[in-house]
Design a protein around this ligand. Structure first.
Ligand code: GN1
Ligand code: MG
Length: 353
């Protein structure tokens, strides 16, 4: 996070329904897609201002409508409410020549973690993801727009990967040879993940650990943030994204693969956290979780590899080979999770039925 007097972002605030104050802006350099800013008054964070990536999210009205619908449900004694602030002309976002801007409340005394070794944090993460799904059960999924159609559809991601291979420069095909081979070997293994009997839920679709807000005071998980990919999906999507970022104690682009691990204690803690909400999932859903924890790191690795071959046209990268590093790291965890499928299967059937 760096401080800067970002005048352009600061000037945007005047179009929203907020008091006129002397605001300061800090850039949050965390995401791969949107531009995110923290808005402060006298060093105290007040709001989150974001410029939505219109290249990635084509239907901004649909996206904002999803958010408003979901935020009505996501409000409970044990689930912290986030509010969207409208513009002075009552719009959910402000549009200028630089793009689409939106403003949200900041939850005071909160924090996020990129990685963890603490089972209590893993438990809380599992608990809040379960709670999110419990609260969202009431919502009518037909009212939601697919903000990125087929986001976690492996068939589509495979097609995009094949196209990227055909068009890629030969030096990139060479430097990612091992990753390409791993992808080709792993794709058929994931076909047995049967999705036909699964209930469609409104999922978060990006439940990595750093999209969970924790209280700095109590250590409890407060809510999920980054709701742009809220749309129809299956529970194992949200489960797998949590597992890949919690049970692996290394960062997503870790280059030293020995540091990547599947930590069973942390896995058990996530499951206990989900279970603490009471029964939540159907038998069919439970039966997809172990392979789901392989599927999610794999699909993210495949997308990173595809983007590497396409010369980084999708993700914001901070160095040339970041997509390849992310891919290798995600594929390494995919294999490590695959080796634990039996372990995971036993745990989830024991604890979640
Ligand atoms: C992207 O920008 P960020 O970190 O919220 C991506 C997610 C990935 C994530 C990290 C719309 O999200 O799917 O989990 O990078 N979001 C989109 O791998 O592609
Ligand atoms: Mg996201």
């Amino acid at each position: 996070m760096g401080t800067n007097n970002n005048d352009a972002a600061c000037a945007i605030l005047q179009y929203f329904r907020v008091e006129r104050k002397n605001y300061a802006i800090e850039v949050i350099n965390n995401g791969f897609i949107n531009d995110t800013y923290l808005v402060l008054v006298s060093n105290e964070p007040q709001y989150i201002l974001q410029r939505i990536n219109h290249g990635v999210f084509k239907d901004i009205d649909g996206l904002m409508s999803n958010l408003f619908l979901a935020l009505q449900e996501l409000d409970s004694e044990d689930y912290r409410r986030i509010r969207l602030i409208k513009t002075s002309t009552n719009n959910p976002y402000f549009k200028d020549e630089n793009g689409y801007w939106r403003l949200m409340t900041y939850i005071a005394k909160s924090t996020t973690y990129n990685t963890t070794t603490n089972p209590q944090i893993a438990f809380e993460a599992g608990r809040i993801i379960g709670r999110f799904h419990q609260l969202m059960e009431k919502t009518n999924s037909d009212d939601y727009v697919d903000t990125i159609p087929d986001f976690h559809n492996l068939k589509l991601r495979e097609k995009q990967f094949d196209r990227a291979k055909q068009n890629s420069e030969s030096n990139k095909l060479e430097s990612s040879k091992k990753a390409i081979l791993f992808a080709e070997e792993t794709l058929p293994k994931l076909n047995s993940l049967n999705q036909t009997k699964l209930p469609v839920r409104i999922c978060h679709n990006d439940t990595k650990l750093n999209n969970i807000l924790f209280s700095e005071e109590t250590g409890k998980a407060l809510c999920l943030i980054d709701l742009d990919t809220l749309m129809k999906g299956y529970f194992f999507y949200d489960f797998g994204d949590a597992i890949r970022t919690i049970v692996n104690t290394a960062p997503e682009d870790e280059k030293i693969l020995d540091r990547i691990s599947f930590d069973r204690n942390l896995f058990d803690a996530v499951i206990d956290g989900i279970a603490s909400n009471g029964p939540l999932l159907t038998q069919e859903e439970i039966s997809t979780l172990s392979l789901g924890a392989v599927f999610m790191p794999f699909i993210h690795g495949l997308r990173a590899l595809t983007d590497y071959l396409n010369n980084n046209i999708y993700y914001k990268v901070s160095y040339e080979n970041q997509n390849l590093d992310r891919c290798l790291s995600l594929f390494d965890f995919t294999q490590k999770a695959y080796n634990q499928v039996e372990y995971m299967k036993n745990k989830v059937t024991q604890k979640l039925r």
